[in-house]
Structure formats: structure tokens, C-alpha cells
Design a protein around this ligand. Structure first.
Ligand SMILES: Cc1cc2nc3c(=O)[nH]c(=O)nc-3n(C[C@H](O)[C@H](O)[C@H](O)COP(=O)(O)OP(=O)(O)OC[C@H]3O[C@@H](n4cnc5c(N)ncnc54)[C@H](O)[C@@H]3O)c2cc1C
Length: 263
């Protein structure tokens, strides 16, 4: 008889939209200490059902195989048994339609390794931190803020989050709350397709960087003063990198001031 590879249980699932969710799981055994910003790999067997709103991929996964993908951890790093993930559904994907069909209490697989060098807490003492994300690229920043905001009260911190619609702004209330509670934290959500009820920023993230939204909040755009983190859509990463390179930033190198994770 084959034994199940499953080693964790779904303890919460919040569907923010039919294609965007927060998933919480509890591992059977605690993981080792990790750094905020890192990712792990989760998975489901190919015989698990797919969500009703997904579409069949051209080629489905092999029968009786474990489908695995990496996901950034959104929860604080002081809890090594309960993990939160912020996941968008790729309707024709292999894993996400199966994840979206999960319900509380269901079993799944999680790797015992937690990996990645997108570690926000390694920033030099006294540097400001700007965290830029599109979509679910926000996840590592939620882990960082939940784990470390208290350690960074003497520098400025900002989150710039780009999304299409209001309902795609996951963690909006929590980020608004952090902004109200911590005067050194600035939250700039910007929407590409807002409706009439939205009075915040609109358009691409690059437009607001060019418009000096950060300088107006007191950030100096110099690699030795403000570190930038970019996570999400490769097009956003490319154009924000181009803007920052005009200001002497260099990607993923020591003292370059620019840290990138692409999904
Ligand atoms: C380090 C790392 C961290 C990640 N963290 C997250 C996270 O926190 N949240 C999250 O939602 N995803 C995250 N991802 C992406 C995730 O690993 C999967 O690639 C994604 O969820 C799609 O998996 P799938 O099996 O459903 O689709 P697949 O079967 O792998 O992909 C099917 C097709 O869809 C395309 N595709 C893949 N991703 C997307 C997308 N996002 N939008 C549109 N098309 C896509 C692929 O190119 C492929 O052609 C991360 C990736 C990396 C490398």
C-alpha cells in the first residue's frame, strides 16, 4: 500500500475573489526558523479535484504524481508550524486550480526546506526600505512587516502595491492599520482599473516613482540611503529597475540597493 506524502492540514482559506486567496496551513512537525521574505514549496497530488472556474490545461499532470510549486511565506517568522500564503489562481495551471478547490481540514504537502535570499531584514542599519509589489508579490512584505516592523522604528518603510481592481488589494485593511499605527510606514496602493469609489492612486507604479511620491514622503532615492525590494510581475520589475538604475541602483549585488524576486 502506498503511503500519502501529505504532511500538513489546511486551517484557513479566505477567497478574496474567485481567483485570489489567503491559504493557511498547519504542519504536522514544526519547520526550522526562517527569514521573513523566504519561500517554501507546497503541493497536491494530481488526482485532487480542480476548482469549478478553472480550465483544463492542454496537458494535465501525470496520474498519481505530486504537483509542487514555490510560494512566498506571508506569515510572521516567529511561527514555524502555521504558515500563510497569498495565492492567485492560474486558471489553466496545474497546482493553483487544485489549491483553490481545497477546504478547511483537507490535507496537503509542504516541503521541509525554506529557501531564498529575498531577506529584508539584512538591510544595513539606518537604511530606509521601499517594498514594491504587483499582485501576490506582496506576500514576502507581509511576512517582513508582521515579523520586524517594531525593529525598524527609526527608518522609513513604504509599500507600493499595484493591482487591477480594488478587490485585488489583498491585505488592504492590515496595511492601512499599520500605516495608522506606525508614523514611519507609508502605504501606496495604486489601481489600473479603479471604479468611481476609489480616490487613491491610479496607473502604473513607475508613474508614481517618476512623480516623486517617495521623495514627498521624505525618502532619498540613493542606494546608500534607501533599499528597494521588487517582487512580482517581470514587466514591473524591468521598468522599475530601469528607473532605479538612473539613480545608480544595481540589481542583486552588494551595496547595489536593489533586491528582486520575480514570479
Ligand atoms: C520564489 C517564488 C515565489 C512565488 N510565490 C508566489 C506567491 O506567493 N503567490 C503566487 O500566487 N505565486 C507565487 N509564485 C508562482 C508559483 O510558484 C506558480 O508558478 C503559480 O502559482 C502557477 O502555478 P500553477 O501550477 O497553477 O501553474 P503552472 O501549471 O505552473 O503554469 C501554467 C502556465 O501559466 C503561466 N503562469 C505561471 N504563473 C502565472 C501567473 N502568476 N499569472 C499568469 N500566468 C502564469 C506559466 O508560464 C505556464 O505557462 C512564486 C514563484 C516563485 C519562483
Amino acid at each position: 500500500m502506498q503511503t500519502s506524502p501529505y504532511n500538513c492540514t489546511v486551517i484557513g482559506k479566505i477567497l478574496l475573489t474567485p481567483d485570489l486567496m489567503i491559504l493557511r496551513i498547519r504542519t504536522d512537525e514544526p519547520r526550522t526558523q526562517f527569514k521573513a521574505g523566504q519561500f517554501t514549496t507546497i503541493g497536491l497530488m494530481s488526482n485532487e479535484s480542480r476548482s469549478a472556474n478553472s480550465v483544463m490545461p492542454v496537458e494535465d499532470a501525470k496520474p498519481n504524481s505530486l504537483i509542487t510549486r514555490p510560494y512566498s511565506i506571508a506569515s510572521a517568522n516567529y511561527d514555524t508550524s502555521e504558515f500563510e500564503f497569498y495565492i492567485s489562481q492560474v486558471k489553466s495551471g496545474q497546482l493553483t486550480p487544485r489549491l483553490f478547490d481545497l477546504t478547511q481540514g483537507r490535507r496537503m504537502w509542504i516541503d521541509d526546506k525554506i529557501l531564498g535570499v529575498f531577506d529584508l531584514n539584512s538591510v544595513a542599519e539606518g537604511n530606509n526600505i521601499v517594498m514594491i509589489a504587483t499582485g501576490t508579490g506582496l506576500a514576502p512584505y507581509m511576512s517582513f512587516l508582521r515579523s520586524h516592523i517594531k525593529d525598524h522604528h527609526n527608518v522609513k518603510l513604504a509599500v507600493i502595491h499595484g493591482a487591477a481592481y480594488q478587490w485585488d488589494l489583498g491585505y488592504y485593511s492590515e496595511l492601512q492599520f499599520i500605516q495608522a499605527a506606525f508614523p514611519n510606514f507609508f502605504y501606496f496602493p495604486t489601481l489600473l482599473k479603479p471604479d468611481g469609489s476609489w480616490s487613491g492612486l491610479t496607473g502604473y507604479i513607475e508613474k508614481h516613482l517618476e512623480g516623486e511620491v517617495l521623495q514627498k514622503a521624505g525618502f532619498e532615492i540613493e542606494p546608500c540611503k534607501t533599499q528597494f525590494f521588487l517582487c512580482g510581475n517581470p514587466k514591473m520589475v524591468e521598468s522599475v529597475t530601469a528607473y532605479l538604475s538612473k539613480n545608480n541602483y544595481m540589481k542583486n549585488c552588494e551595496n547595489g540597493g536593489l533586491h528582486v524576486e520575480e514570479y
